[in-house]
Ligand binder design. Structure first.
Ligand code: SAM
Length: 472
């Protein structure tokens, strides 16, 4: 098999030979300061790096150069994403699953966890609970089970979620994280008005992938790896990729991730909308140390920094799998979206106490959404509940061109301030409200266009008077 970014065959666009050569090339050149300087100079153009170049930077351990990489990642994040952090929550619909994933407690052989699937009434209750926290954006999650969780069930849930209007609440964007499926089903998801279709590769290493997924439809590496091409063929142009770090060695995964992004760009003219960087965690009968590929927090942060400069226009997501300390560190280096107040169990938001019986993984950040919002603002980030882009048709390459043109500051920045204002009016504690109002007053001045500034001021008054859902 030859490496070919434009091929539609998984083994060709994620090519094992090319990845191994990339890792060897990176090792060979990790002390080649001339080359490293050249790559950093290229990265400064903000047009990205290819997987080989980025892998050299990841391998480089010269302190001075690593600092340059981190500084550049921070700067690129500021240039493209400002100081905004978009917030979302996962919503677990069903833990029925026919797969045998060795790292996931929902695997079919796990007989001692209760299996649960939310009814539409229960979905509605979960959504009310999420709206009462202040969430506007969800990622729905489900195991793979054609009998218990067919596409019709997922579509019904999406319909229910969008239909619930509780007090001033609304879920305005539903992202979907379900197993690889057919073009037909992706079309149905598109028609249901989803935001991003998210699917983690888990590992790009085919051999290891097949060991880690011994049974069930997910065993088919090529079908899984080619899913994003089918999603795009089905009309979904915002797709989110990711690997589960810890399953295989990080150098392999890093090169694979970037090759996947290059492939989507080469074939569809648009790269992934987001990259997620989950790490494998303890859960029910899962012991993460069994995978033997865990990586240090420092290397995890370095990966994030290198992703940031390699694909500057791609959002990066970090979940509550990470502790507040790691989240604080990594957000600075390039993360644009985080989850907050998450419950990773089926029906978890309706419970007073965090239930553990159907949790997909242990949560390391247990703070409430209000606490996360408060914490972000104290660190000078604007928590954003914006969902405007896909609702305004800015998906795929239209979103990318907005990002590239630098117009994002006249668009995302005001949207962040207006949705933050909604949160402060409807859901925030007194302390969060106070910090938030001060932040909005200060941040209005960072909207470049005076005319936009004026409109935002007027809309903020209207929001205080009870109007909702303004957007640019
Ligand atoms: N079932 C779907 C699939 O196969 O892609 C998607 C949803 S699954 C609920 C979401 C993700 O959780 C998986 O893709 C996997 O990366 C992650 N996950 C599973 N077990 C985990 C664990 N023990 N620790 C951290 N993340 C885990």
């Amino acid at each position: 098999m030859e490496y070919n970014a434009k091929s539609l065959i998984a083994d060709e666009f994620i090519n094992d030979g090319e990845i191994n050569e990339t890792i060897a090339y990176a090792q060979e050149h990790k002390d080649d300061m001339e080359l490293i300087d050249k790559i950093i100079e290229k990265a400064k153009l903000r047009k990205g790096l290819n997987h080989r170049e980025a892998s050299v930077l990841l391998a480089c351990d010269n302190e001075e150069k690593v600092k340059e990489i981190y500084d550049l990642a921070e700067q690129i994040k500021k240039d493209f994403y400002g100081n905004r952090i978009v917030l979302f929550a996962p919503l677990y619909l069903s833990n029925y699953c026919v797969n045998g994933c060795l790292y996931c407690p929902y695997h079919a052989k796990n007989k001692h966890i209760p299996r649960k699937k939310l009814t539409q009434e229960e979905v509605a209750k979960e959504v009310v609970a999420l709206q009462d926290m202040g969430h506007k954006r969800l990622a729905i999650e489900a195991g793979e089970d054609p009998v218990n969780n067919p596409i019709e069930y997922i579509l019904d849930c999406i319909k229910t979620i969008y239909s619930i209007k509780h007090k001033n609440g609304a879920i305005r964007r539903v992202n979907v994280n379900i197993a690889a499926t057919t073009v037909e089903n992706y079309k149905k998801l598109k028609d249901a008005g989803i935001g991003t279709y998210i699917l983690f590769q888990e590992t790009y290493n085919k051999k290891n992938y097949e060991v880690l997924h011994p049974t069930g439809p997910k065993h088919d590496y090529n079908y899984h790896t080619e899913a994003m091409d089918r999603a795009m063929e089905g009309g979904i142009d915002d797709v989110g990729i990711g690997v589960l770090f810890g399953l295989d060695n990080y150098q392999y995964e890093f090169a694979g991730l970037l090759m996947h992004a290059e492939h989507l760009e080469a074939v569809h003219g648009v790269g992934p909308h987001t990259i997620s960087v989950p790490r494998v965690k303890h859960a029910d009968d899962i012991d993460p140390t069994e995978f033997d590929n865990s990586l240090s927090d420092d290397m995890f942060c370095k990966i994030a920094a290198c992703i940031r400069i390699a694909v500057p226009y791609t959002g990066m997501i970090i979940s509550t799998r990470e502790t507040p300390e790691v989240r604080e560190k990594i957000i600075r280096l390039g993360v644009s979206q985080i989850s907050g107040g998450s419950r990773t169990s089926v029906g978890g938001y309706c419970e007073e106490e965090r239930p553990h019986d159907t949790e997909q993984f242990d949560v390391s950040d247990n703070r409430t959404l209000d606490e996360v919002v408060n914490w972000l603002m104290r660190a000078d980030y604007i928590p954003s509940f914006c969902t405007a882009c896909y609702r305004e048709g800015r998906t795929g390459d239209r979103f990318m061109s907005l990002c590239k043109s630098g117009q994002i500051q006249n668009c995302c920045h005001p949207n962040a301030l207006m949705t933050l204002k909604e949160f402060l009016m409807d859901y925030a504690s007194e302390d969060t409200k106070k910090i938030g109002e001060e932040m909005i007053l200060k941040e209005i001045n960072n909207i470049p266009k005076d005319s936009v500034k004026e409109i935002v001021r007027e809309r903020l008054v209207k929001i205080a008077d009870g109007d909702r859902d303004f957007r640019f």
